[in-house]
Design a protein around this ligand. Sequence first.
Ligand code: GTP
Length: 167
Amino acid sequence: MILFLGLDNAGKTTLLHRLVQHHPTQYPTSEELSIGKIKFKAFDLGGHQIARRVWKDYYAKVDAVVYLVDAYDKERFAESKKELDALLSDEALADVPFLILGNKIDIPYGASEDELRYHFCLTGITTGKGKVNLVDSNVRTFEVFMCSIVRKMGYGDGFEWVSQYIK
Ligand SMILES: Nc1nc2c(ncn2[C@@H]2O[C@H](COP(=O)(O)OP(=O)(O)OP(=O)(O)O)[C@@H](O)[C@H]2O)c(=O)[nH]1
């Protein structure tokens, strides 16, 4: 299962719907869909402690986390970082690859990738784009990709990257 997480308004539902467009035979609810064997579920974080309790039930089945950030909403970066840090430091998710998507780059004056990395303290510590073999290393696999879900830009590269780490 792939979990889509992030603050409310980050773009999770929009991303799910985009994925469905490529698979028109699926009829998902807004929070859940499956493509072949892979299931996708989306949950809002931040203030929603109930949601957290619910999706923790899925931990054992999580193949990857797609963490969405609204790159335009800089005022909520600290809040979003707090949620991401909690996830990244969670023992139960230690072996789970994280695709961090900085969304809404179609809006002018949003954060650039460098800015987003700076504010989320991700500068120089992610594991690398492209094909990086991490099989024998103990590091957590995570990387940042910028995207515009409405313009269908950027997230494809992110999914391609993360798919190499899904067993
Ligand atoms: N400009 C722009 N807007 C986007 C993009 N992706 C999503 N949005 C908008 O952002 C708003 C929130 O998107 P959602 O997909 O509902 O966000 P969510 O993370 O599912 O949040 P909840 O609906 O609160 O669960 C909507 O108005 C979307 O149209 C994008 O790439 N660019």
